[in-house]
Design a protein around this ligand. Structure first.
Ligand SMILES: [Zn+2]
Ligand SMILES: [Zn+2]
Ligand SMILES: [Zn+2]
Length: 420
């Protein structure tokens, strides 16, 4: 048998890791790892075969649920042990079928654990049970997410699976959070999630020696540096675009450690990454620091916008636009739009919110009047004057009652309406 060329070892300061026992050249494949378990994203259904992740048109549909798509009968048969976990449940729950992708993956892991009783220990470098969980580091927010995922698991998969106790499930979800891989296409858009125990053994560096790509549902690990026997195999867990502090914040948040690679020590690229404009007077360090803080905040807000849109899409499959949970998210989304100075976006959300708001709140509500005011001011700013005046008048009807006719808010508002 051919020697693998790599082995498990104890990496100083990092715990277990993977190192090579022969040399590898740039571009050389270290190994290819079939997924222990994997799942195609719901939004990619119909674009890829659920079993082999081949992308092509005219895939054949599962005749029962009409929601899973395959290359051919062979792929469909191959996927059945996993697809059967969802096939009848999707039909039974209809529009209400909405487990998270993590819950879907965990269901598959549990099914796989059950069927695979005899394990070939010698073939695997790392067993699924050995994956790190960091369950003791999980903060409240993540714990709540895990609890919601566990609830989803019980709701949508209890017909086909027996579950371990709650504590073991929490550990499993934490393991998946730390060790799950996002399968991405060539434009790095998300296709699915998978577990590759062998690849999960590889430690992080901001100067990685290998990168992981996907071929169907398998992960392939290739050298991006020339490597010599004894070198540790290192991948990057994160987007390396960002400066050292940002990278380490991300690593601590998601993986509970701080990196001490050469790049983190030297910070050699930070200056280039945080390059400021050339100006006649040099920019004060404090101004730069403030701008970094502002940028980080804005980035978080962009992610918040994504979350708003995503949750609106998810909830929108079930809830009407006038549902209060939808209104809550639209309100948040409007706030993010305003913060990012996307006025048109804010107006769109505002208009959607107002009609149901007027119906759902009591006749004289400050929530409604303030929304009319907000929208009115946005219209005025966009030069849509008659729309603005109309919104102000509706606000005033409420405010005259709630604030009293002589309140200075109303005096101010009359002035605003008279301007221009
Ligand atoms: Zn296929
Ligand atoms: Zn089906
Ligand atoms: Zn580093």
């Amino acid at each position: 048998r051919r020697k693998a060329g790599f082995e498990r070892f104890d990496s100083p300061g990092k715990g277990r890791g993977l190192r090579i026992t022969r040399s590898f050249k740039v571009g050389e494949l270290l190994f290819s790892s079939p997924a222990y378990s994997y799942v195609l994203s719901v939004k990619e259904r119909g674009c890829y075969c659920e079993f082999c992740f081949t992308r092509k048109e005219h895939l054949a549909r599962c005749g029962k649920c009409k929601k899973a798509f395959y290359c051919n009968v062979k792929c469909q048969k191959g996927d059945w042990p996993m697809h059967k976990l969802e096939c009848s449940a999707m039909t039974a729950f209809g529009e209400n079928w909405c487990p998270s992708e993590t819950s879907r993956l965990v269901a598959r892991i549990l099914a796989r654990k059950k069927t695979q009783k005899q394990r070939c220990v010698s073939e695997k470098i790392l067993l699924i049970e050995e994956l790190q969980s960091h369950v003791e580091d999980v903060d409240n927010e993540k714990r709540e997410m895990n609890e919601a995922d566990i609830a989803g698991l019980h709701r949508f998969y209890s017909k086909h699976l027996e579950f371990p106790d709650h504590k073991d499930l929490l550990t499993l979800f934490s393991q998946v959070a730390c060790n799950g891989f996002t399968i991405e296409d060539d434009e790095l858009s998300h296709m699915g999630t998978a577990i590759y125990p062998d690849v999960a053994l590889i430690n992080h560096s901001c100067l990685p020696s290998v990168i992981v790509t996907y071929n169907g549902t398998s992960a392939e690990v290739r050298a991006v540096q020339d490597m010599k026997p004894g070198d540790e195999v290192l991948i990057s867990y994160i987007d390396l675009l960002y400066p050292t502090d940002d990278r380490n914040n991300r690593l601590r948040e998601s993986y509970y450690f701080t990196c001490d690679c050469q790049e983190c020590k030297s910070r050699s690229k930070d200056k280039a990454k945080l390059k400021v404009r050339k100006q006649s007077d040099p920019i004060e360090p404090e101004v730069v620091n403030n701008m970094v803080r502002y940028a980080r905040k804005t980035i978080r807000e962009f992610r918040l916008m994504e979350m708003c849109e995503q949750s609106l899409e998810e909830m929108g499959a079930v809830f009407d636009d006038s549902n209060v949970y939808m209104l809550h998210m639209m309100y948040q989304a409007m706030g993010v739009c305003l913060y990012m100075e996307d006025i048109d976006g804010a107006v769109r959300y505002g208009e959607k919110i107002l009609k149901p708001y007027s119906k759902l709140y009591p006749p004289y509500s400050l929530n409604v009047s303030s929304m009319y005011l907000k929208l009115g001011r946005l219209y005025m700013g966009l030069g849509r004057r008659s729309m603005g005046i109309s919104a102000f008048k509706k606000a005033m009807v409420i405010m005259e009652v709630a604030h009293g006719k002589d309140h200075y808010y109303l005096t101010e508002l009359h002035k605003e309406m008279a301007q221009k």
